[in-house]
Design a protein around this ligand. Structure first.
Ligand code: ADP
Ligand code: MG
Length: 150
C-alpha cells in the first residue's frame, strides 16, 4: 500500500499526472481503477488530472448524472463512471465495460462499492478528507505500485 497527503487541489491534479505516467508505461490492454471516498474527497479531480496529463484538453464533467462519460484519446478509450446514483441491482452490463476496442482501455469507477465486488481492478484508490487536505491510499498490481514509487 502507498499513502500520500495531497495538500490542495493542485497536488491532486499533479498526482493524477503521476498516475498518467504509470498508465503510459503499462503494457496492459486495459486498466481498471476503483476510486473510493466520500463526496468531495477528490475522486473526480484526480481523474481530471489523469486525463489532462494524457492529453485531453476538453472539459471533464463529473459522471454523477450521466453515470458514464467517455473520452477518445489517440492511444486510449477512457470510461469514467460514477455509480453513486445507481441502484444496487441496476445492470452494469448496460455500460459495456468489457467491450473490445482498437485502443487501450482505461476504466475509472467512482463508488465501486455499488458493484459489490463484481469487478476486479488493477488499482484501488481510496481518498479521504484530512483537515483541508486529502489523504490518498493506493493498493493494487505490484508493477503499477513499483512504477509509482520509482
Ligand atoms: P469527488 O469526485 O470525490 O466527489 P471532487 O473531485 O468532485 O470529489 O471534488 C473535490 C473537491 O475538493 C473539489 O472542490 C476540489 O477542488 C477539492 N480538492 C481536490 N483535491 C483536494 C486536495 N488535495 N485538498 C483540498 N481540496 C481538494
Ligand atoms: Mg466525483
Amino acid at each position: 500500500m502507498i499513502e500520500y497527503t495531497l495538500k490542495d487541489e493542485k497536488a491532486t491534479l499533479e498526482f493524477g499526472a503521476k498516475l498518467a505516467k504509470i498508465i503510459n508505461e503499462s503494457d496492459n490492454a486495459s486498466l481498471e481503477f476503483h476510486l473510493q471516498g466520500d463526496l468531495g474527497a477528490g475522486k473526480t479531480t484526480l481523474v481530471r488530472g489523469i486525463l489532462s496529463a494524457l492529453g485531453w484538453h476538453g472539459s471533464v464533467k463529473s459522471p454523477t448524472y450521466t453515470i458514464c462519460e467517455e473520452y477518445e484519446l489517440n492511444q486510449f478509450l477512457v470510461l469514467h463512471i460514477d455509480l453513486y446514483r445507481t441502484e444496487v441491482d441496476e445492470d452494469i452490463d448496460m455500460l459495456e465495460l468489457n467491450r473490445e476496442h482498437k485502443n487501450k482501455k482505461l476504466i475509472f469507477i467512482e463508488w465501486p462499492e455499488k458493484l459489490q465486488g463484481k469487478r476486479l481492478c488493477n488499482m484501488k484508490i481510496e481518498m479521504s478528507h484530512q483537515h483541508n487536505s486529502r489523504k490518498i491510499e493506493l493498493i493494487g498490481d505490484t508493477i503499477l505500485l513499483e512504477n509509482l514509487r520509482s
